[in-house]
Design a protein around this ligand. Structure first.
Ligand SMILES: Cc1cc2nc3c(=O)[nH]c(=O)nc-3n(C[C@H](O)[C@H](O)[C@H](O)COP(=O)(O)OP(=O)(O)OC[C@H]3O[C@@H](n4cnc5c(N)ncnc54)[C@H](O)[C@@H]3O)c2cc1C
Length: 405
């Protein structure tokens, strides 16, 4: 049997290694269109490669995927974060967990992951060809014919691990096989706020905040970072990921509603202030910020509501207090446009998950063709989840539906 793997990225390599592990007699070839292998692994995680996430509970893990979580949950029973850690550690790559549960090689160098995958491929006899661009696939009885430039090659089975595409035309060759393509749209971006003066506080972090999008059922919690352009940080990135399609439909013009005090309600803060007023009443409001927000942000809120910093707390007019409380728990900012988060171009969309069996990753439309990685309509928030999806789907695809473990 000969198996062709299209794409020399994380998912393609993992699929090739799994295929050789489960089917040692099979000839496995990775065909990569560019001259670079594992290019995204190299630049991932700021050059450190955030391999996976220290979340070892399958139902929790699945919740980090705005698209694909339900299907991946099934797949994680075959290969999950624990298996990823064991897989790399048993091949000499020790991983460490950072405070926010992201996992990296202890070397803090993505080359360690690349070296490990290349070494394994070499050891198991995976053939790798670069500069091999597959432009079409057609079926011939039980086999498939791949077109590479003017050449044709025959495969018994194919694993497609060709990654995502920001344009739907990039999937035409897969559409021609009869697959439904979910149109790609950007996911994981920061919000531009060209008209909002809060940008002057760039660098300020508020944590935790609750963020909502007006007119949409989208909300998130976490840290928010004010930037040159608008807002970023985990709370915003999570919203951009979960709301990828809705925000695109709004043409990236929407209103962001922020509770700067996380989950605290206006009434809870009023009650708390009533009881605290005897202690802080005589102090100047500018000097006594009773909340865990930075002084720069606090001064900005006072300025926004035209409250003089020297005003003692107990002389604050009712109207001013109401305005200040409204700013704290129900602040509103206009977003117009988006910016890519660092260099992480993540798009949602790709091969429709309805047409793939997550027991085997085999296509329901073209038996003998398997899918792995970002080519599928799967994507996640940042934190190592996108690679985990690549390792999981690659590992399962490599079994070709009949592996032993
Ligand atoms: C800058 C950056 C940083 C990131 N950091 C992280 C991180 O730290 N942690 C994390 O979990 N995720 C991260 N991600 C996301 C992660 O890199 C991807 O989810 C993952 O690489 C997807 O792997 P893949 O193998 O499916 O696709 P890819 O890595 O895109 O590989 C697909 C390969 O297929 C080749 N190919 C495509 N079409 C053809 C064709 N027709 N014929 C032959 N070859 C073809 C491509 O050239 C490519 O090499 C990052 C992404 C970026 C852009």
């Amino acid at each position: 049997m000969n198996v062709i793997i299209i794409g020399g990225g994380a998912a393609g390599f993992f699929a090739a290694l799994s295929c050789k592990q489960h089917h040692p007699q099979t000839a496995v070839t990775i065909l990569e269109k560019s001259d670079k292998l594992l290019a995204k692994v190299k630049v991932s995680g700021g050059g450190r490669c955030n391999v996976t996430h220290a979340c070892f509970e399958i139902s929790q893990l699945a919740k980090f995927y705005p698209r694909g979580g339900k299907q991946l949950k099934k797949a994680f029973f075959q290969f999950n974060t624990k298996n990823t850690v064991e897989w790399f550690e048993s091949r000499g790559v020790k991983l460490k967990t950072e405070e926010d549960n992201r996992m990296f090689p202890v070397t803090d160098n993505s080359q360690t992951i690349i070296d490990c995958l290349m070494r394994e491929a070499d050891k198991l006899g995976v053939v790798i060809k670069r500069g091999a661009f597959i432009s079409a696939i057609s079926k011939k009885e039980k086999q498939y014919i791949l077109t590479i430039g003017g050449n044709k090659i025959i495969a018994d089975k194919i694993i497609i691990a060709a990654g995502g595409s920001p344009k739907i035309e990039g999937f035409n060759w897969l559409k021609e096989l009869g697959h439904t393509i979910i149109p790609p749209v950007p996911s994981l971006f920061t919000f531009n706020m060209p008209t909002e003066p809060i940008k002057k506080l760039m660098g300020v972090v508020a944590n935790p905040v609750s963020v909502k999008i007006k007119g949409a059922k989208l909300s998130s919690e976490g840290a928010l970072l004010i930037t040159h352009w608008g807002m970023s940080g985990p709370a915003i990135l999570k919203l951009s990921s979960w709301g990828a399609r809705e925000l695109q439909a709004m043409n990236y013009k929407f209103e962001v509603l922020i509770n700067w005090l996380g989950d605290k309600s206006e009434q809870a803060i009023r009650d708390w202030l009533d009881s605290e007023l005897q202690n802080i009443g005589k102090r100047q409001i500018g000097n006594k910020n009773p909340f865990q927000i930075t002084n720069r942000l606090w001064s900005y809120f006072l300025e926004k509501n035209e409250i003089a910093e020297e005003t003692p707390w107990n002389q604050l007019k009712k109207k001013s207090l109401n305005k200040l409380l409204n700013t704290l728990v129900n602040d509103s900012y206009k977003a117009e446009g988006k910016t890519t988060f660092k260099e992480e171009f993540v798009t949602c969309g790709g091969i429709s998950l309805d047409e793939v069996s997550f027991e085997t990753m085999e296509s329901k439309v073209c038996p003998g063709i398997y899918f792995a990685g970002e080519v599928l309509d799967i994507d996640a928030v940042t934190g190592g989840f996108n690679f985990q999806a690549a390792w999981t789907t690659g590992f399962i695809a490599g079994k070709l539906g009949s592996g032993s473990t």
